[in-house]
Design a protein around this ligand. Structure first.
Ligand SMILES: Nc1ncnc2c1ncn2[C@@H]1O[C@H](COP(=O)(O)OP(=O)(O)O)[C@@H](O)[C@H]1O
Ligand SMILES: [Mg+2]
Length: 574
């Protein structure tokens, strides 16, 4: 509201300027006539009076310009600042929303698309809220004030001066529509180009390994070519645009001069009025050319806001219904759990039932794609069961406080994702605060301490794109340290020792036994060694439990487990 006041105020002072200039010109004009009538002599006293008058006009005009400038400063300080604050809020809100959304969302939206919404779309809405609204209000108020001032002077001259404006608006409308359509095409092509480049960089090792550089260069070249063509197509319309504008505005000026001269000749106006009108017409120039721009800013913002709302309106399927504070013991039971992946329709688990008491250890075996990781994802509520029930401490998992539930798990996912941060920070990721001794202690449990010490920067080593690349097995062990340092009730290891050699695995398992004494442990594995002292073992095949029992029971009955055991025994002997 304040911004609107400042805009109107600055425009008010802007239109006072031509009026002062008209008065000054008329004064000079009058004096010249007096001069001619008196036969060519004006005394010095009269010169002084004229000079003082002109100085006054000069000062007044300067004063108006300064006031107008100050008001313009405040109009930007209010409206543009407001738009920046809203942009900040919106981006934060969107980011917060994105962190609440679940896997179903992240599987159906591409990363690039999400990034575009949080960066470009928010900026486009901001562009509307700031400059868009600013110049919009400016346009309306300047138009109203100027046209009012013009009509007050002379209706005929106003009509002629404004005559080209409708033609101007209509042509701007058409041209800006064309510009819009072409800009959108450019935007699309640009995002194609960016994702193309992004994929190239991420996959650079594969590309080089298969010597496909030329192919990728050619592809990029083609896309760039299209991008260039689209840009040139836009430049062409824009090239028509400027001259057309200038032509129509000059036409206005010309009409003012011609019609104005006739009016002056008929004694209805003064020469000062012509100057005043030319200034008015020029003042309208910029706002008129901005109409098209404002229209496109509004349209873009509308489209962007829709894309933002689309995400803001998504309700995560997994909602936290409880805010109770309690601790989870770690009794786990699956009752006829069936799970179908929503996006692919793959039935990953079929009627799976098992249970373990707190402090017990469950080992899960099975070929790839048999549904082992799905069990971990259901336990940590990354997904919810399609049918059946999961009970934790005898209570349906859906009734648990999700935050407490997830905090109760030391979950090591199959793909060890680490952040591009120091190793230290990666390990202490799940903790509010931690000390280096703890970090080192748990790194030792995960048998990664020596590896970390061997690095030049030790625990301060930065991982990720611009840092050190750890081997698969090292990454797995860092992510184990990250999980166990939380010291929660349930340990959930999803095939997280697959890239570690058997000896190191034994070592880690022995360390884990020390810290997992009273904890529930679920371990997905391919190695019999990790299942030997499990209270229960299940073997999955195509989502179904095909074997269930203890190590001793299973090695004595025909099936997957016994075969695996025999095979690994043989390997060891060899
Ligand atoms: N996020 C997912 N979306 C769709 N299907 C999935 C997803 N994750 C796994 N699957 C499918 O579910 C089945 C079981 O997968 P998973 O539990 O990862 O097996 P495992 O861990 O035993 O190798 C597989 O057929 C796999 O293709
Ligand atoms: Mg898996």
């Amino acid at each position: 509201m304040l911004g609107i006041l400042f805009v109107v105020g600055s425009n008010y002072f802007a239109i006072l300027i031509p009026q002062q200039i008209r008065e000054a010109l008329d004064l000079v004009q009058g004096k010249i006539q007096d001069f001619k009538a008196s036969g060519g002599s004006l005394d010095s006293a009269e010169y002084q009076v004229l000079g003082r008058h002109l100085l006054n006009f000069g000062l007044i005009v300067t004063g108006f310009v300064i006031v107008k400038g100050i008001l313009m400063y405040f109009m930007r300080q209010t409206i543009i600042v407001m738009s920046r604050l809203i942009e900040y809020d919106m981006r934060k809100e969107l980011f917060e929303k994105l962190t609440t959304l679940d896997q179903t969302f992240y599987r159906s939206y591409m990363t690039g698309d999400i990034m575009a919404r949080i960066s470009e779309d928010v900026s486009k809405v901001r562009n509307y809220l700031g400059p868009g609204i600013l110049y919009g209000i400016n346009l309306v108020s300047l138009f109203a004030l100027t046209i009012y001032a013009m009509l007050k002077v002379d209706v005929t001259l106003s009509v002629f001066a404004l005559l080209p404006l409708p033609i101007l608006s209509i042509s701007i409308y058409y041209v800006s529509n064309t510009i819009n359509a072409r800009s959108t095409a450019i935007q699309k092509q640009l995002s194609k180009l960016t994702s193309n480049a992004q994929e190239t960089y991420s996959g650079i090792r594969v590309i080089k390994g298969y010597t496909r550089e030329e192919e990728f260069i050619r592809h990029f070249d083609n896309e760039s070519e299209t991008y260039k063509k689209l840009n040139l197509r836009l430049a062409k319309v824009e090239a028509y645009f400027q001259p057309l504008m200038t032509f129509l505005i000059s036409l206005s000026t010309l009409l003012v001069v011609v019609v104005g001269a006739i009016q002056v000749y008929n004694g209805r106006l003064t020469t000062g009025n012509i100057a005043e009108f030319i200034l008015y017409v020029n003042m309208l120039t910029w706002p008129v050319t901005a109409i098209g721009w404002i229209a496109s800013v509004v349209q873009e913002a509308e489209a962007s806001q829709k894309r933002i709302n689309e995400i803001m309106d998504i309700q995560p399927e997994i909602q936290n219904t409880s805010s109770d504070d309690y601790t989870i013991l770690g009794d786990i039971e699956f009752r006829n759990v069936t799970f179908v992946y929503p996006n692919t329709g793959i039935t990953a688990l079929k009627n799976v039932s098992f249970s373990i008491k707190h402090g017990q250890k469950l080992a899960i075996f099975g070929r790839t794609a048999s549904g082992k990781s799905t069990i971990s994802e259901l336990l940590t509520r990354i997904f919810d069961v399609t049918s059946g029930q999961i009970l934790i401490d005898g209570k349906d998992i859906k009734e648990h406080n999700v935050e407490i539930l997830r905090k109760s798990f030391a979950y090591v996912p199959q793909d060890a994702f680490l952040f591009s941060d120091t190793i230290e920070n990666n390990i202490s990721f799940g903790l509010e605060n931690s000390d280096i001794e703890d970090i080192q202690k748990y790194a030792s449990y995960a048998s990664i301490h020596d590896d970390i010490e061997a690095l030049t920067n030790g625990y301060k080593t930065i991982l990720g794109e611009r840092g050190v690349t750890l081997s698969g097995g090292q990454k797995q062990r860092v992510s184990i340290a990250r999980a166990i340092i939380k010291d929660p009730q349930i340990l959930l290891f999803d095939d997280c020792l697959s890239a570690v050699d058997t000896e190191t695995e034994e070592e880690i398992l022995q360390n884990l036994n020390k810290i997992s004494a009273n904890k529930t442990t679920i371990i997905v594995s391919h190695r019999i060694s990790s299942a030997k002292n499990a209270s229960k073992i299940i073997v999955l095949e195509e989502g179904k439990i095909i074997q269930k029992g203890t190590h001793n029971e299973l090695v004595n009955s025909e099936g997957y487990y016994k075969e695996l055991y025999a095979k690994q025994l043989l390997e060891k002997e060899m």
